[in-house]
Write a protein that binds this ligand. Structure first.
Ligand SMILES: *Cc1c(COP(=O)(O)O)cnc(C)c1O
Length: 433
């Protein structure tokens, strides 16, 4: 192993050596030793249509020979213009102004800046954000601040601005308390908004699914009521759809599935089909209008070297086309997931909180350890899954699947069969100890 690489989210001292991947095609990764494993987490949630999709490969190759990159201030190019139009056409009609960047954390950071500066631009001061327990919005300081305080951000906590966190009303199959949880949460939000009038720049949420927190799912009805509160108290509703965008929730965007129009939306991960880093933050005319001025201090002074990279933009255009063609698959995957989850539920009493949202399925694996990111059962499952030809990366004791949309029903059935074998081993072993 090359000793010079410092890997992300990895404690080098205790982690096993990283596995070398030689190539990938569709659902399958081919390892350096020739073994094939099914990529059931879409490679950190970015891949949509399978690896090395020829349509995206061709689009990038063609564009690379034409214009690989150009400064995006004072200059523009056709792929960025075309992509902006296509995104606006698919998003709720109030979202009309597309700001490009290059990763999910940045897309969120920009949304926070836009919301904050909007109020400054119109001569008011609103310095607070509201967010949700369990939230993850990225690894930069602003995004860490609006994320739940966790082992990821604890060491930096003195540097993070103050945020009011509300409970996220997560639900699962057979949850009897959901209405009560939602009412409680909405009460807290209303209370915050009335206790501190005119002080919130915005409320940020991962709509329908909190990813990193362990695929925690909330209902559309909750998001609709949240929208009403934000409107009533005139603060911005920011949807971080970095993970939920582009078909993940069974609709093109979570906002469309929930029938909720946010004031700002952040998109990244799946945007290029998993080929290249790209992100957008899309704002309303109202927000954009406050920056549109003869006064230079009202400008959004933000930008990155690779903003609106043309290769990323053409990959995104090719991916959007495939998304339209693949719509039946990502909308029907929910039904496939459910039928296999039932089998696991019937077999293993240690599993609970089964939940499905579009292409994502998840459940909790209960062992004697505390639930959460540091629970070791996830690491054990990951290890055995590789031996069974499946890439899984449980979040603590939450096992989830997020396959690319190219997966066939029989491949998915096979994946669940392997999960059954892995659970049999892991849970069987632990009860024998
Ligand atoms: C992954 C993720 C981010 C951060 O995106 P990066 O590209 O990893 O910086 C932000 N928000 C959500 C909801 C995410 O899932």
């Amino acid at each position: 192993m090359n000793p010079h690489i410092w890997y992300p989210y990895t404690q080098a001292k205790t982690a096993p050596d990283p596995i070398e991947v030689k190539s990938a095609k569709g659902l399958w990764l081919e390892l350096a030793d020739g073994q094939k494993i099914a990529d059931c987490i879409s490679s950190w949630w970015v891949n949509l249509h399978g690896h090395a999709h020829p349509k995206i490969v061709a689009a990038i190759a063609h564009q690379a020979a034409q214009l690989e990159h150009v400064i995006f201030a004072g200059f523009t190019h056709a792929p960025a213009q075309e992509l902006a139009s296509q995104l606006v056409a698919r998003l709720p009609e109030n979202l009309t102004r597309v700001f490009y960047s290059d990763n999910g954390s940045t897309a969120v950071e920009i949304a926070l800046k836009m919301a904050y500066q909007y109020w400054a631009n119109i001569g008011k001061h609103r310095g607070r954000f509201m967010s949700f327990e369990g939230a993850y919005h990225g690894d930069m300081f602003g995004t860490m601040a609006v994320g739940t305080r966790s082992i990821f951000s604890d060491v930096f906590k003195d540097l993070l601005f103050e945020v009011d966190f509300c409970p996220y009303p997560d639900t699962y199959d057979g949850d009897l308390d959901i209405l009560e949880k939602e009412a409680n949460c909405l009460n807290i939000i209303r209370q915050n908004l009335s206790d501190r009038p005119n002080s919130y720049a915005g409320i940020i949420i991962e709509p329908l699914v909190q990813g990193v927190a362990g695929m925690r799912i909330c209902r559309s009805q909750f998001l609709q009521q949240l929208r009403e509160l934000a409107t009533e108290f005139d603060t911005f509703l920011i949807f971080d759809e970095v993970m939920t965008g582009f078909g993940r929730t069974g609709a093109d965007f979570a906002c469309n599935r929930a029938h909720v129009k946010p004031d700002l939306i952040c998109l990244s991960k799946g945007i290029t089909g998993g080929f290249l880093p790209l992100a957008v933050t899309v704002a309303t005319e109202r927000i954009y209008g406050s920056f549109y001025s003869d006064d230079p201090t009202k400008t959004l002074y933000h930008g990155h070297s690779y903003t609106a990279n043309p290769l990323g933009c053409v990959a995104a255009l090719a991916s959007l086309k495939l998304l339209t063609q693949n719509q039946p698959i990502y909308t029907q995957m929910e039904v496939w997931h459910r039928q296999y989850l039932i089998e696991l539920a019937n077999k293993y009493p240690q599993l609970s909180k089964f939940r499905v949202m579009g292409t994502i399925s998840a459940f909790d694996v209960n062992n004697s350890e505390k639930s959460g990111y540091l629970n070791n059962v996830g690491r054990e499952i990951r290890h055995h899954a590789i031996a069974h030809g499946v890439l899984l990366r449980p979040l603590g004791n939450v096992l989830y699947l997020m396959p690319p949309y190219c997966i066939t029903e029989s491949e998915l059935a096979w994946v669940y069969q392997q999960i059954d074998r892995v659970l049999d081993k892991v849970l069987g072993d632990s009860s024998a100890e």
